[in-house]
Design a protein around this ligand. Sequence first.
Ligand code: ZN
Length: 584
Amino acid sequence: MRQLLLALASATMLAGAAQAATVYPLDRATILVGSPFDFKVEFDAVVKPEDVKVTVNGQDYEAVFGRKAEFVAEEKGEEDKVLGSALILRDLTIAAAGEYKIEVSAGSEAKSVAWDVYETIAQPKAKNIIFMIADGLSVAHRTGARIMSKGMTEGKANGRLAMDDIPPVAFIGTSSTHSIATDSANTASAYMTGHKSRVNALGVYADRTPDSLDDPKVETIAEALRRTTKKSVGIVTTAEVEDATPAALVSHTRKRADKAEIVGMMLDVKPDVLFGGGSAYFLGKDVPGSKRKDDKDYIAEFKNAGYALAIDKTELAAAAGANDEKLLGLFHTGNMDVTLDREFLKKGTVDKFPNQPGLVDMTKAALDKLSKNPEGFFLMVEAASVDKMSHPLDWDRALVETIEFDKAVAVAREFADKNPDTLIVVTGDHTHGVSIIGTVDDEKPGTEMREKVGTYDNAGFPNYEDKDGDGYPDRVDVSRRLFIAANNGPDHYETFRPKLDGPFVPAVQNEAKEYIANEAYKDVPGAVFVQGNIPKDEDSGVHAVDDIVLQAAGPGSEGFRGYMEQSDVYRVLADTFALGTAKD
Ligand SMILES: [Zn+2]
């Protein structure tokens, strides 16, 4: 009997694996009432159109959706390999909230999914939302920033970060539709669309065809705001403006690397404020430094669309107060320099871009601009380099970035104090595998740096100082400093010291295309070799799967609680702005 059951079970599983169609949006999708999305069914086999049956809550789909889907007899994959038939219905909207059960069948394939189509409250709870993301923000970044910035005496912090007074209200699960691990594209996209997707995907479900721009779309928050409100939209980042997190507000692509196309998607939605780096994707291929493959001049296109342009801190300050035009601020060809280099060490590319604004300047300018709209605004502010410096295990730079992020949070809080109809959200998009485990003390005896690591009672307290009271440590290379360790990484040398000559490059590629420890750090006195523990094609530390902490204050913040999927954060935002009031 047992054997028979096992045989039956395995036969059923085999049949199931080979014969399940895929339906997008996926099972358990949550969809805002009235929000356009693409419906797609992928059959594993080539099927006949007359055999395809699609019902919605038991009725034929055409009667419910009001339109007929396009039937694709043969979808093609790489090298023209036939993948099967497909059914596509673009720009579908559902006007009534409720549970929608979609049942699909053709030949031997069948699939059933359920969608939760939700409406929001009728009256907005808040006029403005400021959504602050420190990319990669883990608990260690917060703790380290507090100790470095404020100091600690007898076990109690000598001061509080601006974010310390915003209640932590939820743990956010960041996993993607295909993997427990994730990247900034699908995590930011989950926040900004309400749909989880696959690593590298923005504003789409990841379908099976190779074209990155044909995947089933979902609406972004900026599009929803344009469709349903007269609010302004602001995007501020220290990365390229085409990078995953800022792109998540406007983009639809399976591939976050489609940065040239993402500039066009920005222009489609026209954020009222768009600040960051990434100007290399705005100018045609013949302009030196351009990263485009065509001749498009997006600087001209944005200007034609009514934008003023600022390219440094001085121009930003002048433009922010000036008029009611939209404002494009492009302060670097690539990612902007980090605070430690920009303000203190003058390393990185600061010699080429000496007058870059910081996140605080950009946040202030954005709020000046956006708050002129009596209808309110949605502003996303990203401290991108908390992540970008955590990847190469450059913890001093990552912590100073976290301090800068916190100063931007202070600016947001100040705004909300004067404008209490503002919801502030402070969070990361995913975490890194990092912890603070003690200190490194140069005064400890011996020559081996490893013996100078203080753990438990021997850690004591670091001796950072902030004599000028700017919130940043006067120097990061003090004699007793934080010891921060990653739980993963490539082969590298641990130097136990801040990298004063520029961001850490832990590993370099060899002829076999494997990342090996960068010998440049081998002879730093006391450096130790650290064996990597991830595949050799990884050049840096990777994201962690751990939950992230979400903090929120102001009207609407009561919607965040307990454990939440990243995509469910969108529903709270939509509710706060009443973006999905059901129509009769
Ligand atoms: Zn990252």
